[in-house]
Design a protein around this ligand. Sequence first.
Ligand code: HEC
Length: 266
Amino acid sequence: MADSYKPVDPDRPDLDEGTNVVRAHAAVLADNAAVVRERRVRENGLEPVSLWVIVSSAFALLVAGAVLNAGGALFSYGEYKVDGYVQAAAPGGGDEGPYTAPMIDALSKNGAKIYAKCAGCHGPDGMGDGAQFPPLGGSEWVTGDTQRLAMIIMNGVQGEISVKGRTWNGNMPSQMVLNDVELASVMTYLRNNFGNSTGDIVTPEMAGAALELYKERADGAAVAPQVTEAELNADHGKMLSGEVIDPATIVDLETLQPVEAAGAAE
Ligand code: HEC
């Protein structure tokens, strides 16, 4: 039978009696195995990649590598990131305060900001400069009677004044305008910082009393005259009037009003 096989005539219809299908396939497959394989691979979509694709991919990788190496500037989110940013709590969600602190801390914290007005002369450490500006740390004018201290701050002071056993003779301008909370804050701060520790607080009510005194003393004028050591000692050697409050009283940091009990103030 092997001898009776004849090549297929292209003009004749397929699979006529003279064709041995098995042999015909065998001949094609045996002679053109590589061609058949190629054809099958193409049909599967796995055709060999074009050289151009390989070359351009290599180039893109090279450029990307160079960009990353140069600090990754193209991929840096630095400009969208704000240092120290803390996302605010959503309204109505989470703990929204009130933020509270012992009254002495709340006033001092506020007072530290107001002290910026004084730091230029009395120094950031409250120790003066040893030549022109007297120290506030350890000064009996700061830790003594609150009325004297308030009068110095509000009116300014001039002429000879003795501080810590040394006599100064300078000129301090009035540090108004301060409101009652600001005056109370800076006084409380001074009395409990720079080595001072009276442990007490000057309340906004007491500072309010000092503001009244200031108005009386100015007697209608826009600016009151500076005080002197003699006047301070003669007229103002007393504590400011007002209810004495426990420095440890917990207050709302914003309003400085006492918070009755945790959770009570909403
Ligand atoms: C422009 C400089 C200047 C500024 C600002 C200034 N002071 Fe004075 N202060 C002086 C001078 C100078 C004296 C001494 C005055 C004298 O010799 O009569 C003085 C004296 C004092 C005294 C009495 C003496 C002592 O050392 O205890 C107190 C208290 C005081 N200052 C507090 C303050 C506070 C609080 C502030 C800020 C709110 C302030 N000063 C801002 C210059 C300044």
